[in-house]
Design a protein around this ligand. Structure first.
Ligand SMILES: Nc1ncnc2c1ncn2[C@@H]1O[C@H](COP(=O)(O)OP(=O)(O)OP(=O)(O)O)[C@@H](O)[C@H]1O
Length: 289
């Protein structure tokens, strides 16, 4: 088996408070294999974004280690493309210019024509072939998020990090952009870590879904492997009898088991880096909010 692209070992984050440190995430362990698509789900405020932000190098870990492609790191870099809920585009620049901003910085030694080609290619792939010279104010929210996705892919990072990228979109646009993301991910084989509140989105997109325990001191509570073949067809996935079982497993965790801390049951050792994967069990509700 190939070496993991990302290894998180006992990653922890605490914020100072007048009453002492507030430990948000404690000893978070996870490995991502090359090209793997992993989603993080958990209750609101449990620390999902904190984990993603530490992986992005935007938040310092208080403890633990993060190894990216075999090297320990704790700073941000163009090897990780990040997409947030809102793409934060510069309003005085066109979609193309917004994408070029990052491309010019990362590939400053490449000829201008190649850099333009890169930006144009990814803007076309996300469906903005005819709108790339429009300003953010002239684009819908879904189109702006397409720019955000194109911008992340155009940097050709080693990893893609997504923090609820479709959280502000209507259901139809969300489904369209999930397909766009999956197609880009398939073509680029990018190792991806995504935070979502949407259980169905997690199932449709992921190879594995990581369930976080409730905060404070949130950790990996359970991991479920999603067995559906790729490329995935939404209708076929929804019609698969395993779909409801998987969904129920995730919802049962969120409703009944997210307060249970595996590390307090099993002493934290190197072995606990790989949380045992459980078979689906019945249960049920809708999202992690
Ligand atoms: N700079 C900070 N200082 C103190 N506490 C913080 C800071 N940033 C985040 N927190 C706390 O860390 C906890 C986890 O926040 P985080 O945004 O990671 O959760 P989340 O699971 O992504 O939430 P949501 O699903 O609602 O987006 C929250 O209780 C939050 O208040």
């Amino acid at each position: 088996m190939s070496a993991p692209v990302l290894e998180l070992f006992k990653l922890s984050k605490a914020y100072p408070t007048p009453k002492g440190p507030a430990v948000i995430v404690k000893e978070f362990n996870l490995n991502l294999a090359p090209g793997e698509f992993v989603t993080l789900i958990g209750h609101s405020g449990c620390g999902k974004s904190t984990v993603l932000s530490m992986v992005a190098g935007l938040t310092d870990a208080t403890d633990g280690a993060m190894i990216l492609s075999g090297r320990e790191t704790n700073v941000a870099g163009p090897d990780r493309g990040v997409v947030f809920q809102s793409p934060c585009l510069l309003p005085w620049m066109t979609a193309f210019e917004n994408v070029m901003l990052g491309v010019d910085q990362v590939y400053f030694t490449a000829p201008k024509a190649e850099r333009r080609e890169l930006a144009e290619y990814y803007l076309s792939v996300v469906g903005l072939g005819n709108a790339m010279h429009k300003y953010p104010g002239e684009l819908s929210q879904g189109m702006r998020q397409r720019v955000g996705i194109a911008r992340a892919f155009a940097l050709q990072p080693k990893m893609l990090l997504l923090d609820e990228p479709f959280g502000m979109l209507d259901a139809l646009t969300k489904m369209e952009l999930q397909e766009v993301l999956l197609e880009l991910w398939r073509r680029n084989k990018l190792t991806t870590l995504m935070v979502t509140h949407d259980v169905d989105e997690a199932i449709f997109l992921s190879d594995r879904v990581v369930m976080m325990t409730d905060g404070p001191e949130a950790e990996v509570g359970d991991i479920l492997t999603i067995p559906f073949e790729r490329p995935r067809n939404r209708a076929a996935v929804l019609a698969d009898p395993r779909y409801q079982e998987i969904r129920n497993h995730l919802l049962t965790f969120l409703n009944e088991r997210s307060h249970i801390r595996p590390s307090r049951i099993t002493p934290p050792t190197m072995e606990s880096v790989t949380v045992p994967e459980r078979s689906p069990v019945p249960g049920g509700a809708v999202s992690t909010h």
